[in-house]
Design a protein around this ligand. Structure first.
Ligand SMILES: Cc1ncc(COP(=O)(O)O)c(C=O)c1O
Length: 388
């Protein structure tokens, strides 16, 4: 007997980003596609994880997260942004922010509900919408500054709108939404009684004096915002899979139920290590941003020398580029050529768009890599320059 995937599963493809990583392994290239650091996490955080295992923190934690970690998450959010968070009523620890987003959408959305999504978007949001039954309404962020047209955004909202997904600092564009832009979004959420689901996983990675504003900190928004975050990017532990959602108390029960039946809980010893991570001094975050700004400037220099047009990111650790000068038919062909013939993996721009034509002149590179890795990419890209 032949089996096929479900209707839902056939509506989206394998992650292009993870496919590029696999192709890169095959061709022995330099991987600037998937956003994971190739340098170590801090010793103190790793030691906290080892200590937790040796202390036999090896069984299920409370399904919505250990008290210690939930307290630390609430404490840090309040300390940073002056938004009060009651850990028992508002924090759910999940398997990465990936699960936090999925659990939130499944908890919130009924079939036919509409969800506003800015494009280009982090590629998971597309399948998240399909799996949760949401009908996505896309609003375009336009280069060079990735601003949106307030009228286009207003037109995407209606009484069918359940939520808007926001990601600031933004992957793939590096945009950091300004307070004024967030006020525009917040006003529409209040007008249409919609929830803001805000993915703030790059909150500490901002450049050139930009500052991160959580939409939950705007007037009247804490009661209609789910803030999503994780240890992955801030502490360079993307493989640990510990994330969280901070939600208004009225939504927490639904999110926790979905989370419980999806995964039961995040790794217990790594939640202990998360308490140590969230307890680091502020100088850790200053250094994180400073280090990434330096790496950003290194990659910008490389890409510009190799004839890419770059959109300078204000945050996160990606550079979107324009590749129209290279004369390839589209971004996917160019990305395949780059990984197989040149030996550098990057992500085709169209994988961040529902309207693929908007991304077919773009390619995304990441710079969360060691200096040697960036230098190796530079050397490989010399082959490309020779061809141009
Ligand atoms: C915007 C954004 N959200 C979520 C994730 C996934 O995060 P996690 O490792 O916490 O699941 C990523 C990873 O690249 C991302 O860029």
């Amino acid at each position: 007997m032949m089996f096929t995937g479900s209707q839902k599963a056939t509506q989206f493809t394998e992650s292009v980003i993870r496919e590029m990583t696999r192709l890169n392994h095959l061709h022995g290239g330099v991987n600037l596609s998937q956003g994971f650091p190739d340098f170590p996490a801090s010793a103190a955080i790793k030691e906290a994880a080892c200590a937790a295992i040796l202390a036999d923190v090896n069984q299920y934690a409370v399904t919505w997260g250990t008290k210690g970690l939930r307290d630390a998450i609430a404490r840090e959010f309040t300390r940073r942004y002056a938004v009060s968070v009651v850990p028992d009523q508002q924090v759910t620890v999940t398997c990465g922010s990936t699960e936090a987003m999925m659990a939130t959408m499944m908890a919130l959305i009924d079939p036919g509900d509409e969800v506003v999504i800015f494009e280009p978007f982090y590629e998971n949001y597309g399948p998240d919408a399909i799996l949760s039954g949401a009908t996505p309404r896309f609003v375009t962020l336009r280069e060079p500054d990735w601003s949106f047209d307030p009228d286009e955004l207003a037109a995407a909202f209606s009484n069918r709108t359940k939520a808007i997904i926001l990601n600031t600092p933004n992957n793939p564009t590096g945009k950091v939404f300004s307070r004024a832009e967030l006020e525009t979004i917040a006003a529409l959420c209040r007008k249409w009684n919609a929830v803001a689901i805000s993915d703030e996983i790059y909150e500490h990675i901002v450049y050139d004096g930009a500052s991160h504003v959580p939409i939950a900190s705007l007037d009247g928004m804490a009661e209609r915002t789910v803030t999503i975050n994780s240890l992955s990017k801030t502490y360079s532990v993307t493989g640990w899979r510990v994330g969280w959602a901070i939600s208004p108390p009225a939504l927490t029960g639904a999110i926790r139920k979905v989370h419980d039946f999806l995964t039961v809980g995040a790794a217990a010893p790594l939640q202990e290590a998360g308490v140590a991570a969230l307890g680091v001094a502020d100088s850790y975050y200053d250094e994180l941003a400073r280090n990434y700004q330096r790496r950003r400037d290194v990659l910008l220099d490389i890409l510009r020398r190799r004839q890419f047009t770059c959109y300078v990111p204000q945050g996160a650790y990606y550079i979107m580029t324009d590749i129209s000068g290279f004369g390839f038919p589209d971004d996917v062909e160019f990305a395949r050529y780059l990984v197989t013939d040149v030996g550098v993996a990057a992500v085709p721009g169209s994988s961040f768009y529902r309207h693929a034509e908007l991304g077919c002149t773009k390619l995304r590179f990441c710079f969360c890599k060691k200096d040697e890795t960036l230098a190796a990419a530079d050397a490989r890209l010399a082959r490309l320059a020779a061809r141009v």
